[in-house]
Design a protein around this ligand. Structure first.
Ligand code: EPU
Length: 312
């Protein structure tokens, strides 16, 4: 990226842009080379201006969220990485009657913070999101879910900025989700960034929310690995089956390439045991795909997002 463009980016945002920034510390895998730059975006107007600039200059970009469902190539990423913060990560309670409560949350807000806030606001129905370590925007983009619920079920409205800098507000009736996919974003022909969402739920006692959260956390702890360097479920579940069950059935638990390991606790988790590289993870991913295809006839599709040319 040339210096004139770098200067324009510096001038557009309030925060300091981190140029030639190593991405590994921003991902839960703790893997990945540098991006051209990492920019913290704090308002919808900054986001709109930046995306417009990137669109006009042909600059590649992606939003990093919490980096929990992301594999960055060892060679890094030739482009800009956006972190949503400030207004774009804020949570606000909106009172909406006797039985209902609503919250507005920025796309950059963490799901843990959202669930905590929902408990304090007496908002029932978001408990399933506790323990999913991502951001609101990332969760919407991939219709994150757990324990039989998905975020698409609880959204009233989503505001996005398109890659060309247009703001769109989509109402509940227009929103279409499927398993791990937000159809509207996929079919729009443009890339979108979620700037905020409106969620509505039933009013309940705070202690009821906290009790449900702790029940689900216990279930998760029993079934999922505790090592922090992983990215949650690595593959999507194929229709009518479970990626974890399939990988387990072909005997791959504990298999390693370098420091990348198929978890002994849950076979759909790949763990970085220390110094794993993106190519170790990709190697293990391909090995799993080949074995499951060969022995079960099923093609597993990664749930994790991959960026940088080394990941393709
Ligand atoms: N199983 C095995 N061996 C394993 C792991 C699982 O046989 O090593 C079997 C289990 O016994 C169970 C079935 O596979 O019969 C499904 O496993 P589990 O209940 O753990 O659920 P999952 O389908 O693997 C999904 C989500 C998780 C979410 C859990 C809890 C996907 C890809 N994963 O896991 O989401 O936490 O349900 O509801 O949909 C994530 O998306 O990152 C994630 C962790």
């Amino acid at each position: 990226m040339d210096n004139a463009l770098r200067k324009k980016v510096d001038d557009l945002v309030e925060s300091e842009v981190l140029w030639d920034c190593a991405l590994a510390p921003y991902t839960s895998f703790q893997i990945g080379g540098p991006a051209d730059g990492l920019v913290t975006v704090k308002s919808s107007s900054e986001l709109t201006s930046l995306l417009t600039l990137f669109h006009q200059s042909g600059t590649s970009w992606f939003v990093i969220g919490r980096g929990t469902n992301l594999l960055v190539a060892d060679e890094g990423y030739a482009g800009m990485v956006l972190v949503l913060d400030g207004d774009l990560a804020a949570i606000e309670k909106i009172d909406s009657g006797q039985k209902e409560v609503a919250l507005r949350a920025g796309g950059g807000c963490g799901l843990g913070a959202l669930v905590n806030h929902s408990a304090r606001a007496g908002f029932g129905g978001l408990e399933f999101l506790a323990g999913i370590p991502g951001s609101v925007g990332g969760a919407v983009m991939m219709n994150a879910g757990a324990f039989g619920s998905e975020i698409g079920d609880v959204l009233q409205e989503v505001t996005v900025v398109t890659e060309s800098g247009t703001v769109l507000v989509l109402q509940r009736e227009q929103l279409q989700f499927s398993y791990r996919c937000w159809q509207d974003a996929k079919e729009s022909g443009q890339r979108w960034v979620v700037s905020s969402v409106l969620l509505a739920g039933r009013k309940v006692e705070e202690r009821q929310v906290r009790a449900r959260v702790s029940e689900l956390n216990t279930l998760r702890r029993q079934k999922q690995p505790r090592q922090p360097k992983n990215c949650g479920s690595f593959f999507k579940n194929p229709p009518g089956d479970s990626a974890g069950r399939l990988i387990d059935s072909v005997g791959l638990k504990g298999t390693r390439i370098g420091d990348a390991e198929v978890s002994e606790v849950h076979a759909n988790f790949i763990i970085n045991r220390g110094q794993a590289t993106a190519s170790d993870i990709i190697g293990l991913m391909k090995l799993i795909q080949q074995r499951v295809k060969g022995e079960c006839g099923i093609s597993l599709e990664p749930e994790v997002q991959m960026v940088g040319s080394g990941c393709r």
